[in-house]
Design a protein around this ligand. Structure first.
Ligand SMILES: Cc1ncc(COP(=O)(O)O)c(C=O)c1O
Length: 393
């Protein structure tokens, strides 16, 4: 085989494929593995969305064509309405909205727009592994802001101030958190907003999970609803989880007008536009009431109770903080192990259970694993039957 290393850029050589997908690929090679690694809900895209696309495929002569780079006007109007409903802040579909191929693509365009080599972006630690890789891919540096497990993985705004330097450009927030399931409090988030304003930091809100807050709905607070931050904040919503549309690759970004022009350069240079067919699906999603959500949440709430009950039964293997939202739990590994990667690989090879090593989510994640409980109940049961057998009490 030819050594292709000399052609690979430093930026690409310096990143790795996310441990989530790495474990998913390893898991696929092991027959019958019970996988809790990937946050891929078991739900099907709601019928009315699939129906609208099926009709458009037959009736809409434009369906196979490019859209304008920032998205179909109707989709942008609906996205702006959705944003007002979520935040109470009015935005202009032409000036402030771009339709993206999901939050990963939206964030990629934003990071390319914001980052010069050596710039730092603050990320929560633990936080979403792919953010770190995206920041590095742009020549930036993720600056880890450690969360406190003893306080249930809450934010520590006062520790934030000490991290900020001239090289720090922006901060990324995900609430409910992936991987801890923590819903950050309104007071903490408002303080983060104040610190960002004082320090001139740009704020990125990556929002896949705000519709999965269970009994804590009243505690969920969207930092994008703070009007004072409108000129230094981008809010990214993805349809992947809320509408079970992960394969459609669809999201929207709301951002300041002057930044939209810059981000569109990256979006156009890399994607041209978000696939029109997915935008047609998005129009159907935002037009009809989201009646499926009650059921999604009820099913996920049951699975959360199940996984917590199974974790409670193996206190010699894991300790954990009960997740409040999203559909992840991030237990600490108590049995003997070298590190979370070694533990995860051993668990897969010896017990046929797939989890994601916690170190992928930042230094504070070491000695933890992430389990996604969006999979069906039978998989959760099987995984824990095997864990109990592997580590008898
Ligand atoms: C925090 C976070 N951001 C982004 C994504 C990916 O979103 P999308 O499918 O819209 O690219 C995920 C998926 O798990 C996520 O957890």
């Amino acid at each position: 085989m030819t050594d292709t290393g000399r052609w690979v850029s430093h930026n690409v050589a310096g990143i790795s494929i996310s441990a989530i997908k790495e474990m998913a690929m390893r898991s696929a090679r092991i027959e019958g593995a019970a996988s809790l690694t990937w946050g891929l809900p078991s739900f099907r895209t709601p019928e009315h969305i699939r129906g609208a696309v099926a009709r458009a495929l037959v009736d809409d002569p434009e369906i196979g064509k490019y859209a304008l780079p920032d998205g179909l006007p109707q989709m942008r109007r609906l996205a702006a309405q959705d944003y007002v409903a979520a935040t109470g802040i009015a935005v202009d579909p032409d000036r402030n909205v771009i339709i993206t191929a999901g939050n990963m693509q939206g964030l990629n365009a934003l990071f390319h727009t914001l980052i010069d080599p050596g710039d730092q972006i603050i990320v929560t630690d633990p936080g979403f592994a792919s953010h770190f890789q995206q920041i590095r891919l742009c020549g930036g540096e993720p600056l880890y802001w450690a969360m406190d497990e003893a306080r249930g993985w809450a934010l520590d705004p006062e520790a934030l101030t000490g991290l900020i330097s001239k090289r720090t450009k922006a901060i990324v927030i995900v609430s409910p958190s992936n991987p801890t399931g923590k819903i950050f409090s309104e007071a903490e988030l408002r303080r983060v907003g104040e610190i960002a304003r004082e320090a001139g930091l740009f704020v990125l809100i990556d929002d896949p999970y705000s519709h999965f807050t269970y009994e804590h709905r009243d505690r969920y607070f969207n930092l994008a609803s703070v009007g004072d931050l409108a000129n230094q904040l981008a809010y990214l919503f993805t349809f992947s989880k809320t509408y079970a549309m992960s394969g459609w690759r669809l999201g929207y970004v709301v951002l300041p007008e002057s930044l939209k022009r810059e981000v569109l350069k990256v979006h156009d240079a890399t994607l041209i536009c978000t696939p029109r067919i997915s935008q047609v699906a998005g129009i159907a999603a935002l037009t009809e009431p989201a009646t499926h959500l009650g059921e999604f949440e009820a099913v996920l709430a049951r699975r959360r109770e199940l996984i917590c009950a199974r974790l409670d039964a193996v206190p010699h293997v894991f300790s954990y903080v009960k997740p409040e939202g999203a559909y992840y739990v991030f237990p600490r590994v108590l049995v003997e192990h070298e590190n979370s990667v070694e533990f995860a690989i051993r668990l897969l090879e010896q017990a046929k259970v797939t989890v994601t090593p916690g170190s992928a989510f930042g230094p504070t994640g070491e000695h933890h694993v992430r389990m996604a409980y969006c999979v069906d109940e039978a998989t959760i049961e099987l995984a824990f039957d095997r864990i109990e057998k592997q580590f008898p009490a």
